[in-house]
Design a protein around this ligand. Structure first.
Ligand code: NAD
Length: 377
């Protein structure tokens, strides 16, 4: 019989991180696979999961040293500092959201420590990996929360209301960037009763916007642009397109009460979609929520974790929006990690064994080296 794999679940140490990388449900399932799960004391506190809940699910709960001792796999929401990880097995896996472009020094330190770092945000966008995709699960919740936060900062109501004292008109909400977060933002704003419009550079999103009952706002007159790069992601647009998009947005945005921006281009700073001059055309009291704030922001003047008021318009954006929904965000994140390990669990070996397609995509370090093509490019 192979030795049981030990999975260490750490308490997150990054400022503002409230999530946790395993739930009692996934502890149970990982144990059923044949693993031993060790959870650091207090790891679930901020996600409303107690040590007793983990213990009841079959985890060993204890201090950092004992959790890490002899661990084969270390789970995290964000990457733990390499210096923290003394005591794990040589070549142990780090399975987490590792922010490979933003935290390069930490990745180098994993390599130097001989660890095998697996960046879950590099999971390929292929059908069989959908259930392992942390970007999707977290973006979905972030798109919802962006609308709820914007509504909280808005001094008016979202739905039209006919009252004895007169009519309240419906809010107009505009969603810029219709990936996973944007689609959920459209659905949430619609459920709250707003009149919703949306835009993207990928023409495939047009039908998706319509099917959610929102109005597509698209650049039509610049030829030959589909805006779709590899894996369904956006690419950087031509200057001509950017100019046409800016004109279109300028005329539309002046009439909006709520704007949610979600536009991202993998491995690059977020594209600038809204300028200060455009904000000046909006009605005072309008709210812009910038979900791209952690990647530099889509909105001029946005400062992460601050409410900035420009021309009477509130600009809101957080460095970690999913962390505002710690219980659900942790539940989904934890399932992503479980789905990943269980898909590759080799019963005979008693441990996960990766294939090339997914392994090569997510593996950042191995054998003392940085090995990922996207980091070496
Ligand atoms: P993302 O977070 O990378 O970007 C958000 C959106 O911003 C995208 O729709 C992008 O096209 C858009 N955008 C970029 N630049 C823009 C600009 N200048 N103006 C307006 N919009 C701009 O995207 P995402 O949520 O990760 O989704 C990207 C794609 O991946 C989608 O097609 C999605 O359906 C697909 N996807 C596939 C899987 C899977 O098959 N496993 C999982 C998740 C997502």
């Amino acid at each position: 019989m192979a030795e049981r794999q030990k999975i260490a679940v750490l308490k997150e140490r990054a400022t503002g991180e409230t999530r946790v990388s395993a739930s009692p449900e996934t502890v149970k399932k990982l144990t059923a696979l044949g693993a031993l799960v060790a959870v650091e004391t207090g790891a679930g506190d901020t996600a409303s999961i107690s040590d007793a809940d983990y213990a009841a699910a079959g985890a060993e709960v204890g201090p950092l040293d004992s959790v890490l001792a002899g661990a084969d796999i270390v789970f995290g929401v964000q990457g733990p500092d390499a210096a923290l990880l003394g005591g794990v097995k040589p070549g142990a896996w780090i399975v987490a959201g590792l922010d490979p472009f933003g935290q390069r020094a930490r990745i180098d330190a994993y390599a130097a420590a001989g660890l095998e770092a697996l960046a879950m945000e590099f999971m390929p966008r292929i059908t069989r990996a959908q259930s392992m995709d942390i970007l999707s699960s977290q973006s979905n919740l972030a798109g919802y929360k962006a609308v709820i936060e914007a509504a909280g900062h808005y001094g008016r109501a979202f739905p039209m209301m006919m009252t004895a004292a007169g009519t309240v008109s419906a809010a107009k909400a505009f969603i810029m960037g219709v990936g996973v977060a944007g689609l959920q933002a459209i659905a949430t704003a619609r459920r709250l009763g707003a009149q919703v419009s949306a835009t993207d550079v990928r023409s495939a999103t047009k039908e998706q916007i319509q099917s959610l009952g929102a109005k597509p706002i698209f650049v039509e007159n610049v030829a030959g642009i589909e805006g779709e790069g590899s894996g369904g992601y956006a690419t950087e647009m031509s200057e001509e397109y950017q100019k046409a998009q800016a004109e279109l947005v300028s005329s539309h945005i002046a009439k909006q009460d709520i704007v949610i921006t979600t536009a991202l281009i993998p491995g690059r700073a977020a594209p600038r979609l809204i300028t200060d001059a455009q904000i000046a055309t909006m009605k005072p009291g309008s709210v812009i929520f910038d979900l791209a704030a952690p990647q530099g922001g889509n909105v001029e003047g946005c400062v992460a974790d601050q409410i900035v008021v420009r021309h009477g318009v509130k600009i809101v954006g957080y460095s970690n929006t999913p962390a505002l929904l710690p219980a659900d965000a942790s539940a989904l994140f934890s399932r992503n990690l479980f789905n990943f390990l269980s898909a590759f669990w080799d019963k005979e070996a008693g441990k996960p064994v990766l294939d090339e397609e997914i392994g090569d995509a997510i593996r950042l370090t191995k054998g003392g080296q940085v090995v990922n093509a996207r980091l070496l490019a």
